[in-house]
Design a protein around this ligand. Structure first.
Ligand SMILES: NC(=O)c1ccc[n+]([C@@H]2O[C@H](COP(=O)([O-])OP(=O)(O)OC[C@H]3O[C@@H](n4cnc5c(N)ncnc54)[C@H](OP(=O)(O)O)[C@@H]3O)[C@@H](O)[C@H]2O)c1
Length: 434
């Protein structure tokens, strides 16, 4: 059967989808019996050179033509303005939607999914998380028999590239970022990636799926890598850890923790070995245990692959005539997000190399029931930090698991101790150990 597919937004991903649909049309038909026919492709500007030459007869600048001529509308414009209006209009006109728009779904997904559900229409969003990694399908279908306890992983290729260069080659954050831009791994303005928002949008969407409910995106804790110091990457490595920008969602009874921040992982952890622009996502279910998916989390081709997977799912619905209700298999439930995480911590203080310093810091930690797991003090600070001439040494304290609120209060007090110079560094550590 023929399914008419219209696309709006022919940029990086849109062009990849057009190329895939035209080049692999026969492959898809042979495997599925479905013929995906591109009806129209809309973009504001066709004068720009694209990686693939979109046939003239498919091009339009009028998105309404796409709505008129398709069973399924693929939204690849991005952002929350026009993209939202387009999706709403498509659903009102009875069209199924496929989108890669993590920003929109993380912040306003609830209304969009409800609107689709009321109309028995599908909103496919595999491409919104993990690029070519089929994580949405895995959580929704393959792991459906499990209570999901946690979902966490490396969801942003740009930051993973930067941290990999810092860890493996001792390159500074600024230089690694410059390299990432030169290689096309980072946008001219990489703030969405570097400041953790891209990862936060993705972990929010994964949490909706994994835990079957919604929460306001504003409750997600987001800390990017902009302020990561090479000294901490190196000290962490000496302690057996790799620094990653980890996106974490965990369920404790009826409360969720959803957070993104630089995180030390034991170097033997499978996620610690995920390097360069690659992404990986770990899902923990009560029956399946841990499952990890790994692959390219962005780029025209991997993302196009995910879009086409949704197109086939939607097409099967259209052909069978079944409404899409159960394809969004969560209840309309609201979660409250906790900010009192329970984690191990790495702390670094710049202190004078003299007796009594450690005692005064550990006294404050004890007051907040935070127990020290190990301490590292570097004598050769100059070599490590490039800070010749300063009479301070970095003192690193690793804690056992502690509550975030206690840790923040303790840190505030420690920062005001006369022996502590400058601002302390706090990095969370994810590992099984207590
Ligand atoms: N790039 C990736 O690797 C990747 C991976 C996963 C998910 N995504 C998501 O996929 C979506 C698209 O990303 P992208 O990287 O392909 O972005 P992009 O290259 O900027 O493409 C967006 C396209 O939409 C066009 N557009 C903007 N407003 C329009 C309008 N009113 N009508 C018609 N066309 C319009 C843009 O034209 P102008 O350039 O002229 O504004 C551009 O050609 C985003 O939601 C993104 O988050 C991207």
């Amino acid at each position: 059967m023929k399914i008419k597919v219209g696309l709006v937004g022919c940029g990086v991903v849109g062009t990849g989808v057009v190329e895939l649909l035209l080049k692999n049309k026969e492959v898809i038909r042979k495997k599925t019996g479905i013929e995906l026919v591109l009806s129209k492709v809309a973009d504001k500007d066709w004068s720009r050179q694209r990686a693939f030459d979109v046939p003239q007869e498919l091009r339009t600048v009028n998105y309404e033509e796409v709505l008129e001529e398709s069973h399924v509308v693929v939204e690849l414009v991005g952002g929350k303005g026009f993209a939202k209006e387009l999706i709403e209009e498509a659903l009102k006109k009875g069209k199924h939607v496929v989108t890669a728009n993590k920003h929109l779904l993380a912040e306003e997904g609830r209304a969009i999914f409800q609107s689709a559900q009321e109309r028995g229409l599908c909103v496919g969003f595999e491409a919104s998380v993990g690029g070519g990694i089929p994580i949405i399908k895995a959580v929704r279908e393959s792991l459906v028999g499990n209570n999901i306890r946690a979902v966490y992983g490396i969801l942003n290729g740009t930051t993973n590239y930067v941290l990999t260069r810092m860890l493996e080659e001792g390159v500074s954050l600024q230089d690694a970022l410059k390299e990432a831009k030169e290689k096309g791994y980072a946008e001219a303005d990489p703030s969405l990636d570097i400041d953790g928002w891209d990862s936060a949008h993705k972990i929010a969407i994964l949490s909706f799926m994994a835990f079957g409910g919604f929460f306001p995106f504003s409750g997600v804790y987001v800390e990017g890598i902009r302020h990561v110091d090479l000294l901490d990457v190196e000290l962490g490595r000496e302690l057996g850890y790799a620094l990653k920008l980890l996106s974490i969602a965990k369920k404790r009874e009826e409360e969720l923790e959803v957070r993104v921040h630089p995180t030390f992982l034991p170097e033997e952890d499978p996620l610690a070995k995920v390097s360069d622009v690659f992404n990986a996502i770990m899902v923990e279910g009560d029956f399946v245990g841990k499952v990890m998916l790994y692959g390219r989390g962005a780029g025209a081709y991997p993302t196009a692959s995910a879009v086409v997977s949704d197109l086939i799912d939607v097409s099967r619905r259209i052909i069978s005539g079944t409404p899409c209700k159960e394809s969004i298999n969560w209840e309309d439930k609201s979660y409250s997000l906790s900010d009192n995480f329970y984690s191990r911590y790495y702390m670094r203080f710049d202190v004078p190399d003299k007796p009594g310093v450690l005692a005064s810091i550990s006294r404050v930690l004890a007051d907040y029931h935070i127990s020290i797991a190990s301490v590292l003090q570097k004598e050769k600070v100059c070599k490590l930090a490039g800070r010749e001439g300063e009479h301070v040494v970095p003192l690193v304290i690793l804690t056992h698991k502690a509550y975030e609120r206690n840790m923040r209060k303790a840190l505030e007090e420690i920062q005001n101790l006369p022996v502590v110079i400058g601002s302390p560094v706090l990095i969370r550590v994810e590992e099984e150990a207590e």
